[in-house]
Design a protein around this ligand. Structure first.
Ligand code: TXA
Ligand code: MG
Length: 354
């Protein structure tokens, strides 16, 4: 299949809407990451998404809409949703809702809830409006790869597999939406994202965070969000997070870089803009500013792809505090590292001894 990559002109949007209405797939930009869309009410079209991504069938999809009037046909608003919709839609917040029969099982992986989101990106909104359909869309990457934040990332993964990629430039948020469960007791963040726990609490009061957000699932533990079961966002190289006070962390990153390079590994460090000069000779990848964790969110997935492209075998990374958007950053970075982290102090003691 020939893949067209087009800027979102009126003609390209009309073509994209037509493809969606005919049961085909279209990749499109949102404010979070690029999505791979299909008509959410067409089970065959949705199955094609799973095939294109190589996605396990038990991982449900998010349904995208441009108007709240669309919801009634396929889902029921849970309690508390209206205030959140008022405040955060359109935007990077996904809400679980009780599904109605119109939604095929393949969208929800057989769960009794369906995830719904209204993206704010003008191209996403224009496309959703033009096609007039609820659109099921996971991130437009091959399963297991970092989510795409540019059309070039989508091409890397899906060229020849989808007919059309709409190129709307780089995504503003850079990490996927917050997934919030309002259907099972206390509101619970299943996946942290662009709308923070602090923002949600300001509207809802207490909001829990699913246990698996900052640690691996334990044996026997049921994932409330099936996506959390899978190793995601993984770079090809071995990633380790280094924690501790700034000075110690920088020394540890240098020692680790020198040790692994001497042992013959292609090694790199993920460091903040503020530290790139200090670590200039340690193959630094600039992960955004420590003073602005949103800039880290924006760059993280591109960085993971860059490290792969450079053939990096060992990566050591700084971390951000897990508050605000930092919680989403640490969830993705943690999962990319299979939650492997080491205190800087330990590195300093260990390597000095050797
Ligand atoms: O920002 C985003 O949300 C992007 C853009 C394209 O909108 N989409 C996205 O989709 O990240 P995806 O498929 O990569 O991630 C959807 C997440 C998965 O972790 C999935 O398990 C969870 O949402 N999910 C979907 N439906 C669910 C449901 N009914 N119950 C629990 N978790 C659900
Ligand atoms: Mg995804």
């Amino acid at each position: 299949m020939q893949t067209q990559v087009l800027p979102p002109s009126a003609e390209a949007l009309a073509l994209a809407a037509d493809l969606l209405r005919r049961g085909q797939l279209v990749a499109f930009p949102t404010e979070t990451v690029y999505g791979l869309g299909a008509n959410a009410l067409d089970a065959d079209a949705v199955r094609a998404i799973f095939a294109a991504k190589g996605r396990p069938a038990d991982n449900p999809l998010i349904v995208h809409i441009w108007s709240t009037a669309q919801i009634e046909a396929f889902a029921e608003l849970p309690e508390g949703a209206e205030a959140l919709i008022e405040r955060f839609w359109p935007g990077p917040l996904t809400l679980l809702m009780r599904r109605k029969p119109a939604i095929p099982d393949v969208v929800t992986a057989g769960l009794d809830t369906v995830a719904v989101r209204m993206p704010s990106h003008p191209t996403a909104r224009a496309l959703l409006r033009a096609c007039g359909l609820p659109v099921a869309a996971p991130s437009a990457n091959r399963s297991g790869r970092p989510s795409p934040t540019t059309a070039a990332h989508v091409s890397e993964d899906l060229n020849g597999v989808v007919p059309l990629i709409l190129d709307g430039g780089a995504c503003e948020v850079g990490l996927e939406s917050t997934v919030l469960d309002l259907c099972h007791g206390t509101p619970c963040i299943l996946r942290p994202g662009g709308v923070t726990q602090e923002q949600l609490s300001s509207v809802l009061g207490p909001v829990d965070i699913a246990g698996s957000v900052l640690r691996p699932l334990q044996t026997g533990e049921v994932a409330r969000s099936p996506g959390m079961r899978y190793r995601h966002y993984a770079p090809k190289g071995d990633l380790t997070l280094v924690t501790g006070p700034e000075e110690e962390t920088l020394s540890a990153l240098r020692l680790l870089y020198e040790r692994d390079t001497a042992a013959g590994y292609r090694t790199g460090v993920f460091c903040f803009e503020e530290h790139a000069k200090t670590l200039a000779d340690c193959h630094p990848f600039r992960m955004g500013r420590l003073s602005d964790p949103a800039s880290v969110a924006e760059r993280l997935f591109d960085l993971l792809r860059q490290a792969d492209d450079a053939g990096i075998e060992r990566i050591y990374s700084e971390v951000v505090p897990p508050t605000g958007i930092g919680l989403a950053v640490m969830n993705r970075l943690g999962r990319a590292a299979a939650f492997k982290s080491i205190p800087a102090r330990e590195v300093l003691d260990q390597i000095k001894e050797e």
